[in-house]
Design a protein around this ligand. Structure first.
Ligand SMILES: Nc1ncnc2c1ncn2[C@@H]1O[C@H](COP(=O)(O)OP(=O)(O)OP(=O)(O)O)[C@@H](O)[C@H]1O
Ligand SMILES: [Mg+2]
Length: 243
């Protein structure tokens, strides 16, 4: 995933809002990048662009080799179905579908036969410790279980980019850490990820952290003293319960 000089502006009445200004950065396969910054700094805008839910006003966004800045809405929709997994703060599970049906949904939308989609959904739920909850509807699941279902749905099939916007939501910190660990475990040789978080403890699970302020990247890429002072000392991929 690569942003080259990406700007996204919105018009709000007569005023122009710069949600992102001239942002360049990339996320490689195998890499989890945390994005931090104050409210309104452009974090969700960045994620929506990376996820082909939005197009830049100027600049270029490449995802899995596809230039989404010029892609048609049909191409962008296909990219979202096949290559990109989203985890939203409010889970976005479909309340009329069971946990397993929720996980199978992206595969079915993409034409996978129902039986095979159900099989893959079961495997993914089992990996996240939820096999016995597969037939429950979301309102019968705890917050942590719902979030794990949302993660299962975001990674089922072969995703090359996982995007998570405050995926820990209102979870307590032990459960939040578990969710981030699961997310971390999905990143691999064919998959990268972006994690938007306000919590330095969760950002410590990422390979590096990018800081946004007023739509610009103000710090990031390589480990910086500013980053290191925010995260637990000695933390790497498995900060565990260090605080
Ligand atoms: N559709 C829109 N129309 C007008 N302004 C918008 C729109 N979407 C975002 N903005 C503005 O762009 C800026 C960045 O918004 P964004 O949602 O990316 O922030 P954020 O960093 O995700 O904030 P938060 O931490 O509160 O979720 C804000 O000033 C916001 O008001
Ligand atoms: Mg946001």
């Amino acid at each position: 995933m690569e942003f080259s000089e990406v700007t996204r502006t919105h018009t709000s009445g007569d005023t122009l809002v710069h949600a992102l200004r001239d942002v360049s950065f990339r996320v490689d396969y195998g890499e989890l990048v945390a994005v931090m910054g104050p409210s309104g700094s452009g974090k969700s805008t960045l994620l929506n662009l990376a996820g082909a839910l939005d197009s830049p006003t100027s600049g270029r966004v490449l995802v899995a080799g596809v230039d989404i800045s010029n892609a048609s809405s049909v191409e962008r929709a296909r990219l979202r179905r096949q290559s990109i997994g989203f985890v939203f703060q409010d889970y976005n599970l479909v309340s009329s579908l069971t946990a397993k049906e929720n996980v199978a949904l992206p595969l079915e939308l993409d034409g996978t036969p129902a039986s095979e989609a159900a099989e893959q959904a079961s495997i993914m739920l089992a990996r996240l410790g939820l096999l016995d909850r597969g037939d429950e509807f979301p309102d019968r699941l705890s917050g942590g279980q719902r979030q794990r279902v949302a993660i299962a749905r975001s990674v089922v099939g072969s995703r090359s980019l996982i995007l998570a916007d405050e995926p820990t939501g209102a979870l307590d910190s032990a459960l939040g850490e578990e969710v981030i660990a699961l997310l971390r475990a999905q990143i691999g040789p064919d998959c990268g990820g972006i994690l938007v978080t306000h919590d330095p403890r969760y950002a410590a699970w990422a390979d590096r952290t990018v800081f946004l302020r007023d739509g610009r990247i103000v710090a990031g890429t390589e480990p910086l003293s500013e980053v290191e002072s925010l995260i637990a000392p000695g933390s790497g991929h498995s900060p565990g319960t260090a605080s």
